[in-house]
Write a protein that binds this ligand. Structure first.
Ligand code: SIN
Length: 290
């Protein structure tokens, strides 16, 4: 922690502002000078949360975190969400490895290879994750970057006629991709977990509206003829993925980055299958979108 913070906490005084650096014009802030390995006080957690709400994505570089340290950090923002994907627990029921690493020919995690379409975590569940955090352990020399798109900006910049078309609508989100993260269906196959959420959701902390559909998991707009739903979703996906709404994060080992699934989408760029990529993920349970 910064020396000025330690002194303020010891004296029971309110904390001075943290040093931050914007990551892009669209979203994101790097927070400088905080070491998470020792745990953080509720006052510092509240400061981080304020910066996170304002910037949608926060990044802290150069961290050395055990799995327990990471879970403890996640718990500052709410209860970690249990992993439902079979076989993908990493020794803790809220931790998942996102990796292409195999031991004895068997993957030790999930979402192993290559590019992924834009999506938001657990949007197929009634209470999707509000936050996800990735800690970078091994990264490829090129690619495997994570893209984050600002879903407030996406909503706010929609043409008025499109806003009218989606007003009050819900969309069906399904989880059907595991190892095929560039495939998208428009039908709900048997046994595919899915849930319908508002196309536009209101963030409970900021009260801002965000566009809540995504190319990987949103299958259809509820109650709309299939052709019309496909056409409208196509318009929304193309709009929300525009470069001016996006920050592309190039990972360094020791980065911990937390994003807000209620107002961002994320995607991944391709990388060589011959290089290791190992990230430790914790998600934090959210509320039912409204
Ligand atoms: C994810 O979608 O949670 C994984 C993103 C990444 O591997 O960069």
């Amino acid at each position: 922690m910064e020396a000025s913070h330690l002194a303020a906490e010891a004296a029971g005084a309110s904390l001075p502002p943290l040093t931050t650096r914007p990551l892009s014009p669209a979203l994101g802030a790097e927070i400088i000078g905080v070491d998470l390995s020792q745990g953080i006080s509720p006052a510092l957690a509240a400061q981080l949360q304020d910066i996170w709400h304002e910037n949608l994505v926060i990044l802290l570089r150069g961290q050395k975190l055990s799995m327990e340290d990471q879970v403890r950090f996640a718990e500052c923002f709410g209860p970690p969400a249990k992993i439902h994907t079979p076989g993908h627990r990493a020794g803790h029921d809220a931790v998942m490895l996102i990796t292409n690493v195999r031991e004895n020919g068997k993957l030790i995690g999930a979402l192993p290879d290559g590019e992924m379409h834009f999506h938001t975590d657990q949007c197929h569940q009634e209470r999707p994750a509000k936050a996800s955090m990735l800690y970078a352990i091994d990264i490829p020399s090129v690619g495997g970057n994570t893209l984050f798109a600002n879903a407030y900006m996406a909503y706010e910049t929609l043409p008025a006629d499109v806003k009218r078309r989606i007003e009050g609508k819900k969309a069906i989100n399904g989880y059907d991709y595991d190892n095929a993260s560039m495939k998208r269906g428009t039908k709900i196959a048997d046994g595919v977990p899915h849930y319908a959420h508002p196309v536009v959701r209101t963030h409970p902390a900021t009260a801002r509206k965000a566009l809540y559909v995504n190319r990987l998991m949103t299958l259809a707009i509820e109650g709309m003829p299939e052709a019309e739903s496909d056409e409208l979703l196509g318009v929304l996906f193309d709009h929300q993925e525009q470069r001016q709404f996006v920050y592309e994060h190039v990972w360094r080992v020791g980065d911990i980055l937390m994003w807000d699934n209620r107002c961002t989408l994320h995607a991944r760029t391709d990388f060589s299958a011959a290089e290791r990529r190992l990230m430790r993920r914790v998600t934090i349970l959210g509320e039912k979108p409204v």
